[in-house]
Design a protein around this ligand. Structure first.
Ligand code: SF4
Ligand code: SF4
Length: 389
């Protein structure tokens, strides 16, 4: 067994990854974690010095979409290595072992590493019919979750089903499906990474944060890490200038669509959805839904399949312009040249309203289970101070 500080170095060498690539990965992580670029060196130092963490991945009532997202993460290359070298001791879909041998691997981690592993849960947990709707190795999912999450240093509920119950929990909810928070209340350090599916880079970012700062990231009121869910899609959207300027796509394939205008009228839920998709992107950062012309459907928010539908109909109000304002009118005003007067008053109000909304959203979730939660700014400040020291 290599020494704690050597495991990553050896793994990188074995796979032909240079130190330069590794430092590049740490730089990308500063973007994901919304930290200053100078924090990259601290991240590199911390990852190298840590013992290889153990992770077990439980799949319950799910479509395996988060596993697919996790397996297809390709950027940066070192992220795969960090994940692979995490010692994923149990993952039904990808592990070579099967049957009793696989279940023994899980039992071994729980018995031999109490409080020393991270549990990732994918899918909701059915509780109806005494848990009979989802059993693995003859045991109900709810019993497995209680045991495994109960002994973990932290539990990461990955995807909207594990985080909020997802589609299986939608009425009439025939299986009694619950989120991890509701099925296993009081579980230590529960972190939600919702989205359909979750972005693997946010999972890597959560683990890298833990390795770097020796604590789990600050969370919002839905237990989502602020580094990934602290800003709305709308706040960072590349089409925002078109929204502010009243330039909207009116029909699929029209000139506005081809030009890259705002997708609000086509049903975009970016103004009420919080995730870092515009900054991190998808498919190795190649693009993201709005970037390729599709509105955000709000997949990182609770009950998005009910609250954000119909997906191609815009929100009832017009965020930032008052409850009764009308998107067509705003576009007309903007193009009629009254934007200057509008900007002087309306945008100040808009700014205030969104600032208020932002502050409300960023209430950090505080509970005995998350007593280490604190504002992201503090962690960033500490990082900066550490770098300057
Ligand atoms: S409404 Fe959607 S497309 Fe338009 S700026 Fe906001 S997030 Fe971007
Ligand atoms: S852009 Fe919206 S719908 Fe698409 S992945 Fe991001 S949060 Fe989900």
């Amino acid at each position: 067994m290599p020494e704690a500080r050597d495991w990553l170095v050896e793994e990188l060498q074995r796979r032909g990854v240079s130190r330069r690539d590794f430092l590049g990965f740490c730089g990308v992580m500063t973007t994901v974690l919304a930290l200053p670029r100078t924090a990259g060196a601290k991240i590199a130092q911390a990852i190298e010095a840590k013992e290889k963490p153990t992770l077990v991945w439980l799949e319950f009532q799910d479509c395996a979409g988060n596993t697919e997202s996790f397996l297809r993460a390709g950027r940066p290359t070192v992220a795969d290595i960090v994940l692979e070298t995490l010692s994923v001791d149990y993952h039904e879909t990808i592990m070579a072992a099967a049957g009793h041998q696989a279940e023994e691997a899980l039992a071994k981690v729980v018995a031999e590493k109490p409080g020393g592993y991270i549990a990732v849960v994918e899918g909701s947990i059915p509780t109806g019919a005494n848990g009979a709707y989802c059993t693995i190795g003859g045991r109900a999912a709810i019993d497995i979750a209680r045991e495994v999450c109960g002994g973990a240093a932290a539990t990461i509920a990955i995807g909207t089903c594990a985080a909020f119950g997802g589609l299986p929990a939608a009425a009439p909810n025939p299986t009694g499906a619950l989120s991890v928070a509701d099925a296993v209340p009081g579980v230590k350090n529960l972190i939600n990474l919702p989205a359909c599916p979750a972005n693997a880079e946010n999972l890597v970012g959560t683990i890298v944060y833990y390795l770097t700062f020796n604590r789990f990231p600050p969370l919002d009121r839905h237990r989502r890490p602020l580094f990934a869910y602290g800003k709305s899609i709308h706040d960072n959207c590349e089409r925002r200038a078109h929204y502010d300027g009243g330039q909207y796509v009116e029909a699929w394939g029209d000139e506005g669509h081809r030009t890259g205008y705002c997708l609000y009228k086509m049903g975009c839920k970016g103004p009420v959805t919080y995730q870092n998709c515009p900054n991190v992107g998808w498919n190795e950062g190649t693009n993201w839904p709005i970037g390729c012309g599709h509105p955000c459907i709000g997949c990182a928010e609770p009950d998005f399949w009910d609250k954000m539908t119909p997906f191609y109909t815009h929100l009832a109000g017009f965020p930032g312009f008052g409850k009764h304002s009308n998107v067509d009118k705003v576009g007309m005003w903007a193009t009629a040249g009254v934007a200057a007067a509008f900007a002087a008053h309306g945008f100040v109000q808009l700014g205030k309203r969104w600032k208020h909304k932002e502050l409300e959203h960023q209430q950090v979730y505080q509970s005995p289970a998350n007593s280490n939660a604190e504002p992201a700014e503090k962690a960033i400040k500490e990082t900066e101070e550490g770098d300057q020291a």
